[in-house]
Design a protein around this ligand. Structure first.
Ligand SMILES: Cc1cc2nc3c(=O)[nH]c(=O)nc-3n(C[C@H](O)[C@H](O)[C@H](O)COP(=O)(O)O)c2cc1C
Ligand code: SF4
Length: 651
């Protein structure tokens, strides 16, 4: 077979167990929330079929419960339930018909029964879960036997349905980790104590599955390379586990991950603040120590080039992707076709994870819409309606709408008030830890350029709009922070965007205390606090709520708190500013009405609910031109809303 000219190692087939995979790309297990009533749905099957038709060699499903005591949410698909057998067959063939392999990730949540208060949490011991403090019941031998049978029965059902294999979910602190780890397993019987005994549950499951499902059935294990907690599995222990597994269990591959349901949870889903491939060096060391078992490495692998180097340098055998494939399910096909510039980049915001943990179906800020995976040439060459569409606003909502409009209409113009495209995201990308946002802006800019959208930078007035004689106007002018209602208006106090711009080009240390009044609760607000901490000796965040960050998913919030605490940034809850004069900021508690003062405040700014910049709507509508409002200009919601509003543009 001819080698891929750019990425010969990534597109080299590999044998896992007795199965040949066509390349090294793996979709690692990803809960989608697309299931319903504990069964797979067409939406879930389509998602994996799309990945398979876009060259992903092996697709690991999402965590599928093996037992009724593990149904954290009914959108998780029950692997143990024969009612799903027919749908499992459909699912497996949807993937195998495209030349890919479907692996069912099976597991039990154990004490992390976070979503279902009615079910009894079970675990190796009665130790509370360190994140939620859920106290489980210590499993009896009969409970253990039941769960082992659940794993075995589930594997048999998936095998009969045509799945290529299973992956035992032994990572992220779920039940199998709870047994594996001395951090959570305090048993003194045959399932606890020595490492061998802690691994016994996996030993029994894997051998029985091999006996019943045969040699050809892939059995994988996702396991921690480092739990990130004191007394838990670290790299040395992971190496020992890998050795025991490889020497005594019929397991065909290991997929390493890190973190458990404790403050180390953020490690399993490194967000934009982490460096690229933050745990790859641990995975590479383990690969070196365990040369005879295939290793999947996963975690913020930022590009095909980085993935190619991992394989070339023998730092893993397979590369796993979850979020990059959520962001663009055609990622691998585009890499194969040398079309990487059209890949819709993941910006590691973890919005997708937040959605499923809020009990909703998985959504990317990019929505996996058809434009996302189609080819821009196809759009360019499609017959168009002869309309002149004018987009006003060069932020993300404007560019997304322009790309969408160019699918249907013959002429699309975009007017931007500012010199550069990207809107407020340009500011956000300058803040600490948020520079990856530039990838989103660049992607949008390239795409509209390729689609032939004409861009003009000028001060937009109604007259300029009318001069274009548009058949349709899309207003994407964003939104502005409103004045804090508790304060008397003043020209010297600026909102967070205006106030921080001047600080971005200066490194000089500034005197006094900086205060942010936070009615925004977004990640940008806390990145601004980090920036201020590098200039001022004291930084305070005021919020009227009991705590901050209500718009951030709880996994990324761990990192927000870690960074704020490391920088000694203070948070004052239940506080509203009522007066700022002579460097004294007066604050009021909205609950008990107590008044306090903060002295030596030399810098005070605010991030408040926004007001749409929709002043152009009236003149456009009065001139009889059809007009659509999109993004924050319609209703301020942030990035996901801005992108999703592109779908308002239809023929
Ligand atoms: C929305 C979402 C759901 C996930 N669900 C699972 C899961 O069910 N089982 C699992 O082992 N890992 C799960 N993960 C973790 C991924 O498999 C992967 O280990 C992690 O996202 C890091 O890879 P990435 O940087 O390519 O996203 C999930 C990740 C995301 C983003
Ligand atoms: S929501 Fe954010 S983290 Fe998730 S796939 Fe999309 S861009 Fe990536």
């Amino acid at each position: 077979m001819k080698k891929h000219n750019k990425y010969p190692n990534l597109f080299e087939p590999i044998k896992i167990g007795q199965t040949i995979l066509k390349n090294r790309f793996v979709h690692t297990a990803t809960v989608t929330g697309y299931g319903a009533d504990t069964s797979p749905t067409p939406k879930l099957i389509n998602y994996h079929q799309t990945l398979a038709s876009n060259e992903v060699a092996m697709i690991v499903t999402e965590l599928m419960p093996v037992h009724s005591t593990s149904i954290a949410n009914p959108f998780l698909v029950s692997a143990y339930d024969t009612k799903n057998s027919k749908l499992f067959s459909k699912w497996a063939s949807a993937v195998s018909d495209e030349g890919s392999h479907l692996i069912g990730q099976i597991g039990h949540v154990g004490r992390q029964q976070l979503w279902n208060p009615l079910s009894t949490p079970l675990s190796a011991s009665a130790e509370p879960d360190p994140l939620s403090w859920t106290v489980p019941r210590k499993m009896s031998l009969s409970d253990i036997n039941d769960v082992i049978n659940g794993f075995i029965g589930s594997a048999q059902i998936l095998h009969e349905a045509g799945f290529s294999g299973i992956e035992l979910h032994g990572a992220h602190g779920y039940l199998l980790t709870q047994f594996m780890s001395p951090f959570s397993n305090k048993r003194k019987d045959s399932y606890g104590g020595s490492l061998k005994k802690r691994l016994r549950i996996i030993y029994e499951i894997s051998h029985k599955v091999r006996d019943l499902c045969g040699e050809k059935f892939i059995i994988g294990l996702k396991m921690p390379c480092d739990e990130g907690v004191e007394g838990g599995i670290d790299k040395e222990e992971a190496e020992e586990i890998g050795r025991i597994v490889n020497n005594s269990m019929p397991i065909d591959y290991l997929c390493f991950s890190q973190g458990n349901f404790s403050p180390s949870l953020e490690d399993h889903l490194p967000d934009m603040n982490f460096p690229n491939r933050p745990f790859q060096s641990i995975h590479a060391d383990l690969k070196l120590a365990l040369p005879s078992i295939p290793i999947i490495t996963v975690g913020k692998i930022e590009s095909a080039e980085a993935a190619e180097n991992i394989i070339k340098e023998n730092k893993a055998d397979l590369v796993g992707f979850s979020r990059a494939l959520i962001s663009d399910p055609a990622f691998v096909a585009k890499v194969k076709q040398d079309n990487e510039s059209s890949i819709r980049p993941c910006i590691y915001c973890n919005f997708c994870w937040g959605e499923i943990h809020a009990g909703r179906g998985m959504k990317c800020i990019h929505k996996a819409d058809r434009l996302n995976i189609s080819n821009t040439n196809m759009i360019k060459n499609k017959p168009k309606i002869k309309n002149r569409v004018l987009i006003v606003g060069g932020g993300i909502a404007g560019m997304e709408s322009a790309a969408k409009a160019s699918q249907y209409f013959s002429e699309v113009n975009l007017l931007s008030n500012s010199e550069n495209l990207g809107g407020k995201l340009q500011w956000e990308a300058l803040l600490p830890g948020r520079s990856i946002i530039n990838d989103e802006i660049s992607f949008q800019k390239n795409r509209i350029r390729e689609l032939g959208v004409k861009v003009k930078h000028c001060k937009v007035t109604p007259e300029i709009i009318f001069n274009f004689d548009p058949t349709h106007v899309v207003l994407a002018c964003g939104a502005s922070f409103t004045w804090p209602t508790s304060l008397t208006k003043s020209k010297t106090i600026k909102n967070i965007v205006e106030a921080t711009y001047p600080l971005l080009d200066k490194n000089a240390e500034l005197k006094g205390t900086a205060v942010i009044y936070d009615q925004d609760h977004t990640a940008a607000c806390y990145a601004t606090a980090e920036l201020l901490a590098s200039r001022f000796s004291r930084v305070i965040i005021l919020t009227s709520k009991p705590t901050i960050g209500s718009k951030i998913n709880y996994i990324s919030m761990i990192g927000v708190f870690r960074r704020l605490l490391n920088l000694n940034i203070e948070i004052i809850p239940f506080s509203i500013p009522t007066n700022y004069e002579g460097n004294i900021l007066t604050i009021k508690n909205p609950i008990n009405k107590n008044i306090n003062q903060i002295n030596n405040v030399t810098y005070f700014t605010f991030a408040t609910p926004k007001k749409p910049n929709n002043e152009l709507l009236e003149p456009v509508v009065n001139a009889g031109i059809e007009c659509t409002l999109v993004g924050d200009c319609d209703s301020p919601r942030g990035l996901a809303g801005a992108i999703s509003d592109g779908s308002k543009i239809t023929a």
